[in-house]
Design a protein around this ligand. Sequence first.
Ligand SMILES: Nc1ncnc2c1ncn2[C@@H]1O[C@H](COP(=O)(O)OP(=O)(O)OP(=O)(O)O)[C@@H](O)[C@H]1O
Ligand SMILES: [Mg+2]
Length: 345
Amino acid sequence: MTVTPAAPEVVLSVRNLCISYLTRRGRLRAVNKVSFDLHAGETLALIGESGCGKSTINLGLIRLLPPTGTIDSGEIVYRRRDGQTVDVRGLTTGQLRQFLWRECSMVFQGALNSLNPVIKISSMIYDTAAAHGMDKKEARDRALDLFQKVRLDPRRVFNAYPHELSGGMRQRTLLATALLLRPQVVLMDEPTTAVDILTQRSIIDVLKRLREELNFSVIFISHDLAVAAEIADTVATMYAGEIIEMGPVAEVFYRPRHAYTLGLLEAAPRLSVGREELHSIPGSPPDLVEPPPGCRFHLRCRFATDECRTTPPPLTTAPEDERHTVACYHTATILKTRQEELARD
Ligand SMILES: Nc1ncnc2c1ncn2[C@@H]1O[C@H](COP(=O)(O)OP(=O)(O)OP(=O)(O)O)[C@@H](O)[C@H]1O
Ligand SMILES: [Mg+2]
């Protein structure tokens, strides 16, 4: 397989990634032709409804898909600090073990409940460090420093069992552990979903500060548009396994050009609007074993025309910002609709 080398400032380059699961009903294409570049220090938020493929992308990027999942095609190229590129799909199991944590780490969806209850935090840290040749003293110093950075009482947490920590503390512990081996990329799947709003607030603050200090890149998965808007530099909207719109966060939120992104924005609660009814997007996401022809969103789209029903819209670039890409035939109408809504609020 030929691999395109990533540009120097790009740490992770993904091209035409396709991932499927084998199910009883046939092959389910959970991720379809996904492409993006993640730059050094950048936070990319993946947003979209449940089942659109967000977690599958993250698991695929580090090759931790369940046995029924396979990467069917595409490129995943990672650039190390020394400038060498790594073809992630080509890594052997041993190489992959070294790659994880050291180059790219992950805070899993639902990880709060997955900490082993009978293993102390210190043992978890030592095990992770030992697997990568970091000695005990360095691991301990590094962990205590990171715990301090995420505003935990370092010694108390280091010597604790998971059940002795609150949900927010465990989440911050996981975040610190993900940074133990100084990875360039951290994948975070819904890190603030299972905690209350104040804890969520503090995790976001901690993450922002850590990023400034340590300058790692993040792929941040969230259902919550407000969280994504606050934390991300770039946002990608996913629908039915595809990235259908992507761009700088302010561009996508204030000047959306895809009907689905518009729908997500209209459905997000706004404090300023008081008790006005929220809009929901009618219908539900399509079956990924047999996706509809044309634009995958057309069955739920109030702007759909004949073209949308038959031919998938190509990815195009917004005239105002070349970093803003979108796959929709009605970009101008959608942009205008959003502008009118914002003017009304
Ligand atoms: N192990 C699996 N076997 C079969 N299908 C799966 C498996 N895991 C996920 N899927 C399917 O793949 C699609 C994408 O799932 P994925 O978990 O990536 O979505 P998601 O965007 O992370 O959703 P959520 O927001 O609910 O976490 C869904 O249709 C889901 O049903
Ligand atoms: Mg998920």
